[in-house]
Design a protein around this ligand. Sequence first.
Ligand code: ZN
Length: 118
Amino acid sequence: MSEIVTSVIDEAKSRNASRIERVTVELGEFTMLGHYQLRFAFEVLSKNTLLEGAILDLQTVDGEIECSCGFRGKTSPSNDRPHALASAFECPRCGDLAKVTGGRDCVIRNIAMVVPDV
Ligand SMILES: [Zn+2]
């Protein structure tokens, strides 16, 4: 999260923004980061910066798995799956352990900032 906050602030500074209103972050299903933890970290890290008071908009992106049998796709709904154990998933086709190929990233999608007219 600190990398995200740093890059958002850098971006805002390079555009001479006076304030940041909203940051949209895409969060992969397998990043193992909880929304609550992220929001908390965001709040702490944004104190006394351009980011203070900005809204953190978290969007979850589905993970994707790939299996040696050729299956490739989304995992089954995993709302109650403990994400700490999510490094491998059973393939829904053959039951083998499949590799995680997507949904492991945390990406900044959009930054809404206030740039004063000069
Ligand atoms: Zn398989």
